[in-house]
Ligand binder design. Structure first.
Ligand SMILES: [Zn+2]
Ligand SMILES: [Zn+2]
Length: 277
């Protein structure tokens, strides 16, 4: 029983922190927090994501490119331009590594507004740390696995982040329904997204990239937004733009095609709109 619990806990917490910290905070600045809280969340994210920890700077740049160029040839990860999920994620990994090593230089509009902590990002985001976490997962399995089939889950711990990325980026732009008319191929894959903590409401999110609640209709539930509400109530974070409540949720109109991405100064990044398509 320990192994399924460990797997479920690692899966859920990894994707929750990716959505909460790397996506909604680093890339979109949907909320603010004090420096100590930011450092705590940064360290927690690195430790929980372990061998597949994603540096917030590189994640934010890559993700802002995704919004700006969604489903065009310049999108770093789009099912419309990559033959299969593996090829899409290999190309994503290559570009991500370029931003980590700074070999790749992004457009200036994608820079700034994300947390940087070199002591953590240079140690926990590199190969020796990834291998050390992999060894820890293996030791845990050796201690607690009670069935052989449970070892099939072990490799997923090593690549948890890329697995989540593949599900969200592939399924979220390929399978599901659309609430909003957007220029891209984004979809909402699940009405209640417990699998990826709200990340599979891609259509809602591309239509309203500054809105911290990725759910848009009554039957939709975004778990990460619920966590944000709790953290806000505990006064650990301040949500930049609290979305309008029920009246807007009763009917969801189709939006006209979004205007082109404005060249955004840093202040717009802080408002969470720099990545608007
Ligand atoms: Zn997307
Ligand atoms: Zn986004």
């Amino acid at each position: 029983m320990m192994i399924p619990l460990f797997f479920a806990g690692h899966w859920g917490l990894s994707v929750l922190l990716q959505s909460l910290f790397q996506h909604r905070y680093a890339a979109h600045r949907m909320y603010t927090m004090g420096p100590k809280t930011e450092r705590s969340l940064h360290l927690l994210t690195a430790l929980v994501q372990g061998s597949s920890y994603l540096q917030p700077r590189a994640y934010a740049i890559l993700h802002r490119e995704h919004h700006a160029f969604a489903d065009t040839e310049r999108d770093p990860h789009s099912p419309a331009h990559h033959g299969n999920p593996a090829r899409m994620m290999l190309e994503t990994a290559r570009r991500y590594a370029g931003f980590v090593t700074r070999r790749e230089q992004p457009e200036a509009r994608f820079l700034g507004g994300y947390p940087e902590w070199p002591a953590v990002d240079r140690t926990l985001g590199r190969w020796p740390s990834r291998l050390a976490f992999g060894a820890l997962y293996t030791l845990f399995y050796r201690r607690f696995a009670t069935r052989r089939w449970q070892y099939l889950l072990l490799p997923l711990h090593f690549v948890m982040g890329p697995v989540h990325g593949a599900i969200v980026n592939w399924c979220g732009h390929r399978y599901g329904y659309r609430n909003f008319r957007t220029r891209d191929q984004s979809r909402n894959s699940l009405p209640v997204d417990a699998l990826c903590m709200g990340e599979l409401f891609q259509n809602n999110h591309h239509a309203r990239p500054a809105n911290p609640d990725f759910a848009a209709r009554r039957f939709e539930l975004d778990p990460t937004w619920q966590v944000m509400r709790l953290l806000s109530r505990l006064k650990l974070i301040r949500i930049a733009h609290v979305p309008a409540q029920e009246p807007l949720r009763k009917a969801v109109p189709a939006l006209p095609a979004a205007p082109p991405l404005p060249v955004s100064p840093r202040s717009e990044v802080a408002d969470g709109v720099a990545a608007a398509p």
